[in-house]
Design a protein around this ligand. Structure first.
Ligand code: HEM
Length: 475
């Protein structure tokens, strides 16, 4: 990094006199801190967090430059070390050639055409969840959605039915997530070396439980492939049979064949460890985000009865009284789509994204030196009054054709963008719309009186105390 005196920094909070103030503020309420800095300093702001030089980007064109046009200057950076402890070198955490190759292999599983095949799984699982529900019962809808989406992703991409174990696996994933949070604290890595501590022991057991499941599935599938009785075309089969031919993908990557250490040189496919990392990544990335989106949507509907009524009107006319909903109905569920879109505007499941600057990069009037970090927040951008009238209002009808065509591309980016854009976006829209339609057609969900609703902004945006809701069957 060049000498500090030669760098022209964008405006931003200095905190010179109280350097720990910003760290404390960030730990306490990162969203509020970012929101304040963005409001005060605009498109690009600079501040130091500990020894890190951070550039907060709050302009859609700049975000597009970072994610789409300049992606070669950035990596996801060291911050991912914590995630790597759980996910290994899967699609979310890997970089460079390994990432390009894995992405090429996995991409077809999430092709929009393939995704429609998964629609039936979504409706089946949602129907059987709501068959369990009782009129007047109180549930934590956040938990229900986590278990539902975990079941759906396991069945869709692994052809594995978690059934009654969904709760156990969901708990194991939550344990790992909480442990990941603790690892981020200054003493986290030191404490992690003491398996006698209950938290550390719990996290190791949770990881073992999930590893046991995934390695078990890998073993079974290898046997099926070897004895040529494998008839599945799911993620696991593709991963295990993958032979990267090194062709340039449509995304313009040029990874060469079989050079990565994660491909087993003695067999044509991927090593068990690499397959495990990819499966674990899809497990986690593919269920928690959608579950959060749905949870916040039900919360918003409970607070906005007129919108709930309008949604029900559409559902009645498209689905009818008793009929169930299918993928083919999705294009007709226009208002349902707007409700979900607006909910992810207000409560984006991934609320911020970071990048490490590998080589100097120019944005507007500033050159961001290598070694710095870039921060972009969906939460803050999605509530920017420059792009959204009354930005804090839940108003699905704002998403009309005129408004959509006038918005800059990266003023709404719940799924990120560019080379590292969400691979599961089509899946998430299909799943989100179908689950919302099925549940909202048959149930009205009321927030339990006095239940505290607060944000828990970790990697995803969860409700801090879950979301206790009373189920009322619609007639
Ligand atoms: C509402 C639901 C979802 C949201 C809001 C969401 C959001 C995102 C975002 C913002 C990123 C980019 C992160 C970055 O660039 O730093 C991402 C990446 C990713 N997402 Fe999603 N996601 C959702 C659902 C899913 C689903 C259903 C799957 C899989 C079935 C999935 C799998 C992934 C994977 C594997 C990546 C890493 C892609 C790469 O780096 O190549 N996501 N997601």
């Amino acid at each position: 990094m060049p000498k500090a005196t030669t760098i022209k920094y964008p405006p931003g909070p200095l905190y010179k006199t109280r350097p720990f103030k910003i760290v404390r503020e960030f730990l306490h309420d990162p969203i509020e801190s970012i929101q304040e800095i963005s409001n005060k300093y605009g498109d690009i702001a600079y501040f130091k967090l500990g020894r890190q030089h951070i550039y907060l980007i709050n302009n859609p064109d700049y975000i597009e430059k970072v994610l789409v046009y300049g992606h070669r200057s950035f990596t996801k950076g060291k911050k991912l070390q914590v995630a790597k402890a759980i996910l290994g070198e899967g699609l979310v955490t890997s970089e460079g050639d390994l990432h390009n190759r894995q992405r090429r292999i996995i991409q077809p599983i999430f092709h929009p055409k393939q995704v429609t095949v998964y629609g039936q799984i979504v409706t089946e699982f949602t129907n059987s969840m709501e068959l369990r529900w009782e009129n007047g019962e109180t549930v934590d809808i956040s938990k229900e959605m986590m278990q539902l989406t975990l079941g759906i992703i396991c069945k869709s991409v692994l052809n594995y039915d978690v059934k009654s174990e969904a709760e156990d696996y969901s708990k194991a994933l939550t344990t790992l997530r909480n442990h990941g949070k603790r690892l981020k604290s200054p003493l986290g890595h030191v404490l992690n070396k003491f398996p006698i501590l209950p938290n550390v022991k719990g996290a190791r057991e949770a990881k073992e439980k999930l590893d046991e499941l995934v390695y078990g599935l890998i073993r079974q599938r290898r046997e099926a492939i070897q004895s040529k009785i494998n008839s599945y075309d799911d993620l696991l089969s593709r991963l295990l049979q993958a032979q990267d031919n090194g062709k340039s993908s449509s995304r313009g990557t040029t990874a060469s064949a079989g050079t990565g250490s994660n491909f087993d040189s003695s067999s044509p496919g991927m090593s068990d460890k690499q397959a495990r990392d990819e499966v674990m990544t899809i497990f986690i990335a593919g269920h928690e985000t959608t579950a959060n989106a749905l949870t916040w949507t039900f919360y918003l509907l409970s607070q906005n009865p007129k919108i709930d009524a309008k949604l029900l009107d559409e559902l009645k006319s498209v689905i009818g009284d008793a009929g169930t909903v299918a993928v083919e109905d999705i294009p007709k569920l226009e208002y349902t789509e707007k409700v979900l879109r607006e909910s992810m505007r207000l409560f984006p499941p991934v609320w911020s994204m970071g990048r490490h600057v590998d080589s100097d990069f120019t944005l507007g009037d500033f050159t961001i030196p290598a070694g710095s970090s870039i921060l972009m927040s969906q939460y803050v951008m999605h509530r920017n009054p420059r792009y959204y009238n009354e930005p804090n209002l839940f108003y699905p009808d704002r998403w009309n054709a005129k408004m959509r065509s006038s918005l800059p591309r990266f003023s709404y980016f719940p799924f990120g963008g560019g080379m590292r854009a969400c691979i599961g976006e089509s899946f998430a829209w299909m799943e989100g719309i179908l689950v919302l339609a099925i549940i909202a057609r048959r149930w009205k969900l009321r927030l339990v009186h006095g239940h505290p609703v607060e944000l828990d902004p970790s990697i995803t945006l969860r409700p801090k105390y879950g979301m206790k809701m009373k189920l009322e069957r619609r007639d």
